[in-house]
Design a protein around this ligand. Structure first.
Ligand SMILES: [Zn+2]
Length: 116
């Protein structure tokens, strides 16, 4: 397992950098795997990942997320209102986190991993 973990997580920074948040086309989704509890930060490209629902004139996102710890697939769907705020979000096989929850869980997760 540690081999696979190395292969997939490599030398990636554990947290998105502040500079990434300055990217006007980037939006971050924080989720937790419902199977193994791993926290994930997913970068959403607002230019490519967001679609428009012409019936309601709202925007929505559908995204498949694969957990790099247990390889479970999760399906996220987020709907935005006309102001661009999140109106509704669902995640199959996991749950959404806010940034603070993500960072807390990520810290605990990394501590647990390095203790093994
Ligand atoms: Zn998992």
């Amino acid at each position: 397992m540690s081999f696979l973990r190395k292969l997939f997580t490599g030398g990636n920074p554990s947290l998105p950098k502040a500079s990434d948040h300055a990217d006007p086309n980037a939006w971050w989704l924080y989720v937790q795997c419902g199977k193994c509890g791993a926290p994930l930060a997913i970068r959403i490209d607002l230019r490519n990942d967001i679609s428009t629902d012409y019936e309601t004139n709202g925007r929505y996102l559908r995204k498949e997320i694969m957990d790099s710890a247990c390889f479970q697939l999760m399906y996220a769907e987020v709907r935005f209102d006309s102001n661009g705020k999140v109106a509704q979000q669902t995640l199959e096989r996991g749950k959404f986190l806010d940034r603070a929850e993500y960072e807390t869980i990520k810290t605990a997760w990394d501590a647990q991993k390095s203790a093994k």
